[in-house]
Design a protein around this ligand. Sequence first.
Ligand SMILES: *Cc1c(COP(=O)(O)O)cnc(C)c1O
Length: 384
Amino acid sequence: MSRDPIPLFKVFVSDDVLKPVNEVLMSGYIGQGPKVNEFEGLLKKHVGNDNLVTVNSATSALHLAAHMLKKPDPETNWPGLEAGDEVLTSALTCTATNWPMLANNLDLKWVDVDTETCNMCLDDLEAKITEKTKVILLIHWGGYPLDLDRISEILDRAEKRIGFRPFVIEDCAHAYGSRYKGKLLGNHNSMACFSLQAIKHFTSVDGGFITMPNKTLYKRAKLLRWYGIDRESPREEFRCEADVEEWGFKFHMNDVNATIGMHNYPHIDRLVQAFKDNSAWYDKELEGVAGVTNMRRDDWADSASWIHTIKVERRDDFSRHMEAHGIMTSRVHERNDKHSCVSQYKTTLPKLDELVNEMVCIPNGWWLSDDDRQYVLDCIKKGW
Ligand SMILES: *Cc1c(COP(=O)(O)O)cnc(C)c1O
């Protein structure tokens, strides 16, 4: 008997979703309405941050975040964005992390990686901050949190040197359920962008949300996700609304997506825990296995483990070996600096060069049985 292939990603949709989705679809109201509000309420409670706004994708959230920083704010000594301003970012991520920065006229400046975590190298980050650095864009690879306290110290020093504090945007698309020093991401004085796309931990088919560091930015985000119009203020005449002071986008979530999200929500703790448990199990079982190096685990880091990354010798041979045994592996995201549309930002990234030759992700999601993960381990131990 041959076993079913073990995929690297799988969509989770709760089997009780059809009836409520049908009801919404036939209700005559499928846009942003009561279901979005209800879903947003659940997410606020879960993340522990009231300054949370749902949107239609993490890409939109990232776009909105960068856009909102254009406006100066004298109260917080924020200088706004000007032509030639830079975002310090990692090239090892989804294109969705960095392309929204380009769409907002920011120049990308690549920061090298930490080869033990796949996250940004914080020494290189600090070395690359200049007066042009307006934004630090963080991506928590596979959900593994960056050392946010250390980043805060780096920004304290930068602020003294350059006269303002670069703003932190976090791409938390891998990180729903990740904690830094016990606290869920989305609570660390930044704009944090989460994805509810099909293959993330938690899906609403497509969707996302953004958490804000204060009420002022929260209120502005809520307006700008839908043209700059306040959907909550009573309108005297249908479609004729009050003055728009600041124009915005069409980034809002709708009631159909919110309904799907809400019915997946009761499962999410269990799903995230399964990713975490499988990852911890691999860490233990792969320790000392020939040809394999585990990633570093700091005691303050609790990763949602959306993907489980290891480093292996002769990576392409490894992937072929696993594929021949019906196990899907991948590097998941191509390094962004390879694309010709960003060739003007090219720089030497020696640690990333080294890492991309060794790194690979193995299946660790909720769909793996104990028997499946044992099979994955046995195939690795067999050698390639
Ligand atoms: C999936 C993903 C995104 C984009 O999320 P969408 O909701 O599909 O826009 C952004 N960044 C990273 C790192 C991702 O993995």
